[in-house]
Design a protein around this ligand. Structure first.
Ligand code: MTE
Ligand code: LUZ
Ligand code: MOS
Length: 759
């Protein structure tokens, strides 16, 4: 089945924030944001802006009716700077004007007197000054100190990974319309409608029951709108409240890149110990997360780094500690994988380090250490593992040894072009690690024409969640899917939503939809039973719009049944609640059953490096992926392809660069490179893991949103393999992204050293 949005997307009929029709009298907002990364805000001069053409009002922190605070986890993030600025791009003043151009032109007339304070942009430097968002977090299994004493081989090193710009096609934005009783209707491009509702309520002082948030769909979120849509909606809301007119605020691309946070860069230290059979016996890691200037989601991101510190491997002795370090950069935030990829990059680096120094194949160490069912994760959960199954099935299908041989033969025959090969196993936990967030609700109405309307907390952002939810309702009612319509995400229809995140939206909201539909179905069967002379409602089934009795057809169809129920005054609506059973985590001991289940997989990645230029191509990514039982292979394959390309981008070409003054240098698409159609892998092959294990996913169709991104880590190590095929003397630093510049300097590392020495 196709994605239900494909037709309206292609025709340009899908409604995004910018397609919401504007009311007469709508004002447009612009912001003046801090030009310096850290300083005391002595004064702000808005006089020239206030007198500029079209300007209706200029708003600073002192004008707010409610609290000047939008921090969701810690109250450390003012909406508008008051006494200090903490990062370049921090909003200082809001301008409301009759047109967008006027608002932005006026914002440029604002000046501020800022007394500079010391700027810290590096995570380790911040940690050294004890500038932490919160005390460090630790995971511990076994006893690493004792275990290291018996290791045959021990390796220590450092691994760094960079930030990543979300680059959702639709930038951040909101449109706020004032209504009766001082209420506000907020259209927002957010993954978290309730988070927006809460932030708006807090900064305006208007209670949540007067703030309605509506989300039609997103032109991409990728985590960037899990928390960071709040600021723009809150600013527009403050404007609408004070000016008593509708306010639209949508960021331009360069504003979005400058003012919003990204994937957290990490710098990490590792120590890995192996026995003589290449079993990893002990692993220690210290992570320095660059949080930026406020907490945002940094702490749960940091926690997920710990959860995925050992990726798909079983290591009996683990000790990991993670610091969330406060720097003068825009607060970093959720990004597909949510800290997991950063943790996995470190263990994969440690394994590469050991393999290269020992002269064994990396995949030899990987395979010998895959986690098995019954093994314990460092956080106490017992694995039900598909790691070896995914690896073995990928090998059977794609022939790892053959792929490796192919690369080696090519490399013997070619001096200036080298091929590289790497394998990447995957294990990603599904559930919000904050247990309370694993809940959802669905509202289902059946109308008297037989059509079905569904609302849930899920936000459609291109990942196809609405398609899956429509499939759930259609399957329970046994109707063609075009009789079901999934509507906008709205806080009046569905309250207290968890954000659409953690890859869990289809599971949580799909399950709630299933419960709501099953409840209505049960009522309908009770109505049908006497009509078709059934002894028990259990003998009644629905099949493609018709009622069947004990499998035999009857004269009663869906429409007749629905209308009969209505005339008997039986409810055709249901509001259902779902909470994932069996999960829980106790932070006081850092142990628990954190995840409903894990998603497994294994990818083989092949690359070709042009050793004169440092440029490269990704030849193939061949994956065996654990779908459970996919309920929509078109959507799921799309997620895997997109995730892989986004992961490869993070590790090979996307380089977020801030200068020492905390200013973003990679602030446009001319300086920030993302994969395009020419740089995607020439081949992406996906096979489904065959398994019949039951799980807690909706219809056993496992979550697929984030996990595939991490296959991209394989591309990094395949490139490293090719670089070392050309220059085996060199041991490149683990320093992602592996850009063509870094590849070139590693291909000729010794020559560069000589050249520098000669100078
Ligand atoms: N796919 C598209 N097309 N656009 C997106 O913004 N976000 C990803 C993933 N796939 C995203 C996407 C992220 S970060 C998550 S958490 C999941 O989708 C969320 O949706 P799900 O829970 O329905 O999988
Ligand atoms: N968001 C969140 C997430 O709040 N908690 C999580 O555990 C999570 N995991 C992945 C992506 N987003
Ligand atoms: Mo995804 S990082 O959970 O929005």
């Amino acid at each position: 089945m196709k994605n239900i949005d494909s037709k309206s997307h292609v025709r340009g009929e899908s409604v995004y924030l910018d397609d919401v029709p504007l009311l007469e009298g709508t004002l447009f907002a612009g912001v003046y944001d801090s030009p310096v990364a850290h300083g005391k805000l002595k004064s702000v001069d808005v006089s020239r802006a206030a007198g500029a053409p079209g300007v209706v009002r200029v708003i600073t922190a002192t004008d707010l009716v409610g609290e000047n605070q939008i921090g969701g986890i810690l109250p450390d993030e003012p909406l508008l700077a008051d006494d200090e600025v903490h990062f370049c791009g921090m909003p200082v003043a809001l301008v409301l004007a009759e047109t967008e151009e006027q608002a932005r032109a006026a914002a440029r007339l604002i000046t501020a007197e800022i007394e500079p304070l010391e700027i810290v942009t590096d995570a380790r430097a911040a940690q050294a000054k004890n500038e932490l968002i919160a005390p460090p977090k630790r995971f511990k299994l076994g006893d690493t100190e004792r275990a290291f004493e018996d290791c045959a081989h021990i390796f220590e090193g450092r691994a760094d990974s960079g930030g990543q710009e979300h680059l959702y096609i639709e930038t951040q934005g909101a449109y706020v319309v004032p209504g009766e009783h001082g209420g506000l209707k907020v259209y927002s491009s957010t993954q978290g409608p309730t988070a927006v509702q809460r932030a708006v309520s807090r900064v305006t002082g208007i209670p949540m029951n007067l703030v309605e948030v509506d989300v039609t769909r997103l032109g991409g979120g990728f985590g960037g709108k899990e928390d960071q849509a709040n600021a723009w909606a809150a600013l527009a809301a403050v404007g609408a409240q004070l000016a008593k007119r509708p306010v639209k605020f949508a960021l331009h691309r360069m504003e979005d890149m400058r003012m919003t946070g990204k994937r957290h860069p990490y710098s990490s230290d590792y120590k890995i110990g192996l026995d003589k059979d290449l079993k990893i016996v002990a692993y220690e890691a210290t992570y320095y997360q660059n949080a930026g200037a406020a907490c945002d989601l940094s702490l749960p991101v940091l926690e997920r780094t710990l959860f995925h510190a050992t990726n798909a491997y079983f290591i009996p002795n683990v000790s990991a500690v993670a610091y969330s370090c406060k720097t003068n950069l825009p607060p970093n935030t959720a990004f597909r994988g949510f800290g997991g990829p950063q943790g996995m990059f470190v263990i994969e680096s440690a394994i590469a380090h050991a393999a290269e120094k020992l002269g064994v194949a990396r995949e030899e160490i990987q395979r010998r250490n895959l986690i098995e069912s019954g093994d314990e994760f460092p956080y106490g959960q017992i694995a039900e593992s598909e790691a070896l199954a995914a690896w073995t099935q990928a090998d059977a299908r794609f022939d790892f040894a053959g792929l490796k041989r192919e690369a080696e033969e090519f490399n013997r025959a070619n001096k200036f072009v080298k091929k590289g090969f790497a394998l990447m196993p995957l294990c990603f936990g599904i559930s919000f690690t904050k247990t309370l967030m694993n809940q959802a609700r669905a509202l289902v109405h059946v109308y008297t024409d037989g059509s079905v309307a569904v609302s849930t907390a899920a936000v459609e952002m291109g990942q196809g969640v609405n398609t899956k939810i429509a499939q759930v309702a259609a399957r329970v009612f046994s109707l063609p899917v075009d009789r079901v319509r999934v509507h906008s995400t709205n806080t009046l229809r569905i309250a207290n939503t968890s954000p659409t995140a953690a890859s869990a939206a289809a599971d949580l909201n799909g399950k709630a939809t299933e419960i709501a539909c099953e409840t209505i179905l049960k009522r309908l069967k009770n109505v049908a039973a006497p009509l078709v002379e059934a002894e028990s409602p259990d003998d009644v089934t629905l099949d493609n719009g018709f009622v069947r009795l004990g499998g035999e057809s009857t004269n009663l169809d869906w429409l007749g049944l629905v209308n009969e129920a209505y005339s008997q005054r039986v409810s055709l609506s249901e509001h259902a609640h779902y909470a994932t059973p069996g999960i829980g985590f106790d932070w006081s001991v850092a142990k628990g059953h954190a995840f409903a289940y894990h998603v497994y997989g294994a990818a083989a990645v092949g690359v070709t490096v042009d050793c004169r230029r440092g440029t490269y191509e990704i030849d193939y990514v061949r994956v065996c992926h654990d779908f459970g039982r996919s309920m929509n292979t078109a959507v799921d394959h799309g997620q895997i392809e997109g995730g892989i390309v986004q992961g490869i981008g993070w590790l090979t070409m996307e380089e977020v660069v801030y200068d020492a003054d905390g200013r973003l240098r990679s602030n446009a698409l001319s300086t920030y490179k993302v994969p395009d159609v020419y740089s995607v892998p020439k081949e992406i092959a996906i096979v489904a893991l065959e398994t019949d294990r039951e799980n807690l996913a909706i219809f056993n169709s496992k979550a697929v949103g984030e996990p595939p991104l991490m296959y991209g880590i394989g591309a990094y190590f395949a490139l490293r393999d090719a670089v070392r095929a050309f220059n085996p003397e060199n041991f490149p630093r683990f320093d992602a992204p592996f850009t063509p510049e870094k590849i070139l300097s590693n291909l000729y590392a010794e020559d560069l050293k000589k050249m520098r020495a000669a100078k």
